[in-house]
Write a protein that binds this ligand. Structure first.
Ligand SMILES: Cc1ncc(COP(=O)(O)O)c(C=O)c1O
Length: 360
């Protein structure tokens, strides 16, 4: 192979060169892991959502519907909204990016919490904005509304990741009332909780809600997300998205999944039950566990370093998530698996604990 010439660094935008890549959880290439590291749904979607797949496969020669009409209609039906309040995205990550590019000029301010979904920082850095991080207290809670009048966009995940808990609703409402820019409430985990923020859409003109089918609708592999707001804001965001941002299969399966919402509800209930059981069992095993309204828990072992626990679990073919974030160096995030997977996790943790101190 001929030698490839090194490009001059000046060819690349400064903010891109200085950015670190987003670090996703591992997607192992083998199937022998219990995978509790990327908050996927452990249960397959109901079989009926695949019924029309062969018709869609036969049409892959053709471009998909650029504005995902059927998908947006199905979402509007489930969430009792009008279709023009909904923008479909290639996952909700796409929506976060579109919001950034619609509402913030490079050099302006974007705010988010000091412990939250790490993609906000990656995309904000790459877009060349000034980042303002709002500190959570030692229990990873908001202590008041987010006051940042200079922010053109505030990203707030509720339930928050990787903590799992809802942000205080009153503080969120005060944040929206006082913000001078857009507040995007990221509801990726909302179906595993008791609260939503639909009422904010009627109370405030600066709110966007993002949702995803990756977690509660078991479609992480399809990349389907939504931005929901007033038709006026959605219209502007629509100019910024890629022209065919959702492929044909994603649109088809996403539509079928939303239409089958009632069949997903027992799955959400099951995940919540397993989450509560895991929380109780981990506490018995001497972990500090954050309360969670999501399909994962953030937990800190009091008898082993979290990074060591992550390694030991991985060696025994169980993947959980360890973040090198300074606020959670002694925590692992564990996605909720099936009951059998969680039983296996607990057995393995007990074994590791016993090996470390056989008298316990
Ligand atoms: C808070 C939060 N928002 C958004 C996403 C991304 O979701 P999607 O798969 O729809 O891009 C995640 C994924 O982990 C998340 O934790």
């Amino acid at each position: 192979m001929s030698l490839i010439r090194l490009p001059s660094p000046e060819l690349i935008r400064d903010c891109v060169r200085q950015a670190s890549s987003y670090v996703p959880g591992e997607q192992p290439q083998t199937t022998d892991f219990i995978k509790l590291n990327t908050n996927e749904n452990p249960y397959a979607p109901p079989a009926q959502i695949f019924e029309h797949l062969s018709e869609d496969l036969a049409k892959v020669r053709l471009y998909p519907d650029p504005v995902a009409t059927q998908l947006r209609k199905a979402a509007a039906q489930v969430w009792d909204l009008s279709v023009d309040q909904i923008l479909a995205g290639n996952g909700s990550d796409d929506i976060l990016n579109i919001a950034l590019r619609t509402f913030v000029n490079p050099g302006e301010v974007v705010a988010f919490l000091d412990l939250t979904y790490s993609l906000y920082e990656t995309i904000a850095t790459v877009h060349g904005v000034v980042i303002k991080k709002i500190p959570l207290n030692e229990k990873f809670e908001l202590t008041g509304p987010v006051i940042c009048p200079e922010a053109k966009l505030i990203f707030l995940a509720s339930p928050n990741a990787p903590v799992g808990k809802h942000l205080n609703r009153e503080f969120l409402a005060q944040t929206c009332a006082q913000a001078k820019g857009i507040v995007l409430i990221d509801e990726a985990y909302i179906d595993f909780s008791d609260e939503d923020h639909w009422d904010f859409l009627t109370q405030f003109d600066n709110v966007i809600i993002s949702r995803t089918l990756s977690k509660s609708y078991s479609l992480a592999g399809m990349r389907v997300g939504f931005g929901i707001s007033s038709p006026a804001l959605i219209q502007e965001m629509d100019k910024v998205r890629d022209s065919y941002n959702l492929d044909r299969l994603a649109q088809s399966l996403g539509t079928a999944a939303l239409t089958a919402t009632e069949d997903f509800k027992p799955i959400w209930q099951q995940v919540r039950q397993t989450r509560d059981r895991l929380t109780t069992e981990l506490r018995k095993l001497d972990f500090e566990v954050c309360e969670s309204d999501s399909n994962f828990v953030l937990a800190s072992p009091q008898w082993i370093g979290a990074s060591e626990l992550y390694q030991q679990l991985k060696a025994r073919k169980i993947l959980v998530r360890y973040f090198s974030h300074p606020r959670i160096t002694n925590y692992v995030r564990i996605s909720i698996g099936t009951d059998a997977e969680i039983d296996q996790l607990l057995v393995v943790i007990k074994a590791i604990k016993t090996e470390l101190s056989p008298t316990n």
